[in-house]
Write a protein that binds this ligand. Structure first.
Ligand SMILES: Nc1ncnc2c1ncn2[C@@H]1O[C@H](COP(=O)(O)OP(=O)(O)O)[C@@H](O)[C@H]1O
Ligand SMILES: [Mg+2]
Length: 420
């Protein structure tokens, strides 16, 4: 665990970059520091590995005051990833990744083997090893940056806007891969971003900072969305936070309406016979949804290009938000629910989802283990509070990590999962 105890940084020119910051980053979890530009995120991060010296206060890692630790030893246990990856331009990819192991005195073969292993881990082909950074895309460079930070297997990772410089689609992929990687590795991560959606998606807990390096609120994402502590946090979290909060609530076992379906190639008469409310769901041979069609408009057998696509499909047991979105985005107003294999189970209408939402308690009643707001007070209890800090009960899919920022795994793979 990393603990900030009333940490301040005042630069010689009088700038108060960080002011009395107190929080803890639990072991094995992702703590996100989020806030507007200039609010002291980078300064806070760099004080952890002592690239910047605090003016006052203490930072402890596993109970040890970092100011008393040997700097080299401290940094050996900390991986650091920055925006634009910060790779050495004149070194190959494999040499970049092996940088720290070589510095630590590993022999070359072992360091190279480790580099190749990590290249694969972050989803890059071994053939990239001999390339130079300029021969990689921004997203690929960023992956190499992550691999390099992981090379010596440090328990702690500091990540400063690592995905901010790449386009939204690649960013989403990098975020998903990062969550998968963290699912395997369980590092203690402090992650800095100015993007609240990224913070909500990646953070086990999220610390919202305001200008001057003040902690406005520290909570898990579901709690933050449901209970912003003041107008600043509410504005920062955004206007659609009520809807977004549904990402953190698992769907119950809804009683689904049976949906009659037709295959591609069905005739207008067959489709009309099976239609309900003017629409019929078209499925493939495995009963996976392909899209909706209005039999009244058919002039011949159903062809793929005739289907109304673009709606989302919800997987049973997934987040409530996905079910609601499936209903709202469906041309027939009937949201398609599928099983884990993508096979149609039935449909559901928005009012049924809303009735469920109406009946539900707000997140704090379920997540009793989550502190309402942390940080502004120093923590009295030290290590033993670590386990109880995070309530996982709000996570859909039995506590599995989300890989969807918008709350819809569907949106990441529109071709696979969006029939209609
Ligand atoms: N070396 C420095 N000297 C003076 N002011 C600095 C220095 N580094 C950062 N600052 C100021 O401290 C504040 C916080 O900076 P920073 O931590 O980089 O913010 P963020 O990463 O949240 O955008 C800003 O006002 C910035 O201009
Ligand atoms: Mg910064």
């Amino acid at each position: 665990m990393i603990r900030f105890e009333a940490v301040s940084k005042h630069f010689p020119d009088g700038t108060k970059a960080v002011d009395g910051l107190t929080f803890r980053a639990p072991t094995g979890q992702i703590t996100v520091l989020v806030g507007p530009s200039g609010c002291g995120k980078t300064t806070s991060l760099r004080m952890i590995n002592r690239m910047i010296q605090p003016t006052s206060g203490r930072i402890l890692i596993d109970g040890r005051d970092t100011s008393t630790m040997d700097e080299t030893e401290l940094r050996r246990g900390i991986g650091y990833v920055i925006q634009h990856a910060g790779l050495f331009p004149h070194r190959t990819i494999v040499a970049n990744i092996a940088t720290v192991p070589i510095l630590l005195g590993w022999n070359k073969r072992k360091a190279r083997a480790r580099a190749f292993e990590l290249l694969e881990r972050v989803g890059l082909p071994a053939s990239f090893a001999k390339r130079y950074p300029a021969q990689l895309s921004g997203g690929e460079q960023q992956r190499v940056g992550v691999a390099r930070a992981l090379a010596a297997d440090p328990p702690v990772m500091l990540m400063d806007e690592p995905f901010s410089a790449v386009d939204p689609v690649v960013r989403e992929q990098l975020q998903d891969e990062f969550l998968r990687l963290q699912g395997d590795l369980g590092k203690t991560i402090v992650f800095v971003t100015h993007d609240i959606d990224e913070a909500i998606k990646l953070g086990d807990q999220v610390a919202v900072l305001r200008t001057g390096g003040h902690l406005a609120q520290l909570a898990d994402p579901a709690y933050l969305l449901a209970h912003p502590v003041d107008d600043f946090v509410a504005d920062f979290v955004g206007k659609d936070r009520g809807y977004r909060a549904l990402s953190f609530q698992a769907s119950p076992h809804f009683a689904l309406a049976q949906e009659r379906t037709v295959p591609l190639g069905a005739t207008p008469a067959q489709a009309a016979g099976a239609a309900r409310g003017g629409w019929i769901l078209v499925v493939d041979e495995g009963r996976r949804p392909l899209g909706w069609i209005e039999p009244d408009r058919l002039t011949g057998p159903i062809q793929p290009e005739m289907l109304a696509r673009g709606g989302t499909v919800a997987t049973v047991g997934g987040p409530l938000r996905n079910v609601l979105d499936a209903a709202l985005s469906s041309p027939s107003r009937r949201g398609v629910v599928v099983d884990d294999q993508g096979v149609v189970l039935g449909t559901l209408r928005a009012h049924e989802v809303l009735a469920e939402i109406e009946d539900r308690a707000r997140p704090e009643l379920q997540d009793e283990a989550v502190p309402p707001a942390g940080g502004d007070r120093p923590d009295e209890e030290s290590q033993q509070g670590e386990e109880s800090q995070q309530g996982q009960s709000g996570r859909p899919n039995g506590g599995a990590r989300r890989v969807d920022s918008a709350g819809s795994a569907d949106s990441a793979q529109p071709s696979e999962e969006s029939p209609a």
